[in-house]
Design a binder for this molecule. Structure first.
Ligand SMILES: C[S@@+](CC[C@H](N)C(=O)[O-])C[C@H]1O[C@@H](n2cnc3c(N)ncnc32)[C@H](O)[C@@H]1O
Length: 285
């Protein structure tokens, strides 16, 4: 089932926490000159119109990136985010994770982008052709979890993986847990950023699945940190009231970075917005 299209959701509050966290991870990787590999398991189309039929139908970007217009943040990662998305937003577009990654590549860095939906894959290929940056970007038309396991450990074996499934079906949560276990067996030092939705009871049998998935990942013998941004109350009838990122093998002191970032970002997201950063498992604590 490949019915999910990110164009309906691009630039929403979930994209904000996901893409800003990803930039914070890349910022840490930039602190050493050694090249890195990035893998994006569910890359999407790469770039989305904010004035197109899909975005205008849901208007989700209005509770996301639209709230950051004219905002001048202090944290350097937030400034970088504003800089990366700035030209796109000025053209009524929002860049997906592939183009955000491309913007941060240095000459010897590698980026692997996986997308299974045929139409989204073609759009992704076009976007990467158009916005070719430094480094080496590769697009793969294949299953993102299976493809990533097959590719691990990549060369160079310093780097990060973004896992951002659509969670259309309940079984995807267990598939992610199984894939993360396989990835860590092959590439134990991989820094993994896993996005997940926080769903109210309206989501039926998917409610609570993200929380259970994070608990399972916390039982692995790795450091696991989570950061969440909620724009509504959990008891609200909004379906997805917020979302989070689970970081496995997070970089040293990124918890403090994410805390500072979310303390600055959250007030921009409206009076009901809240955020947290919390360790789920700390080996050396
Ligand atoms: C949430 S969107 C990705 C958004 C993107 N990561 C971003 O932040 O801009 C999920 C994407 O996964 C794709 N997809 C669904 N199942 C997949 C699979 N098994 N392997 C790879 N991609 C898949 C969907 O077509 C969709 O484009």
């Amino acid at each position: 089932m490949l019915s999910y299209l990110h164009g309906y959701h691009a630039g929403n509050h979930a994209d904000l926490i996901k893409h800003i966290t990803w930039l914070a991870v890349l910022d840490k990787l930039h602190q050493k000159t050694k090249p890195f590999s990035l893998i994006d398991t569910h890359a999407g189309a790469g770039c989305y119109p904010l004035d197109g039929e899909q975005a205008l139908k849901t208007q989700e970007f209005k509770r996301g990136v639209a709230l950051l217009q004219n905002w001048k943040p202090e944290h350097h990662v937030l400034q970088r985010y504003q800089q990366v998305i700035g030209d796109f937003v000025a053209r009524q577009q929002y860049p997906g994770s592939p183009l955000i990654s491309v913007s941060q590549l240095r000459d010897n860095d590698q980026l692997h982008l996986m997308e299974l939906h045929p139409g989204e894959f073609e759009r992704l290929r076009g976007a990467i052709k158009q916005y070719r940056g430094n480094g080496h970007s590769h697009v793969h038309h294949r299953d993102g979890l299976e493809g990533t396991i097959a590719m691990c450990p990549p060369k160079p074996n310093r780097g990060a993986i973004l896992i951002d499934p659509p969670y259309e079906q309940r079984k995807e949560y267990n598939a992610v847990i199984a894939a993360v276990e396989q990835i860590l067996k092959r590439w134990p030092q991989a820094q993994i950023v896993l996005w997940y939705p926080l769903l109210s009871e309206r989501a039926g049998d998917k409610t609570g699945q993200s929380e259970a998935m994070c608990e399972s990942l916390a039982s692995l013998s790795h450091n696991v940190l989570k950061a969440e941004l909620c724009v509504d109350d959990a008891s609200s009838d909004t379906g997805m009231y917020g979302s989070g990122v689970c970081l496995i093998n997070p970089a040293w002191q990124i918890d403090a970075v994410l805390t500072d970032i979310l303390n600055e970002l959250t007030p921009q997201m409206g009076v009901t917005a809240t955020s947290t950063v919390r360790w789920l498992h700390q080996i050396d604590a």
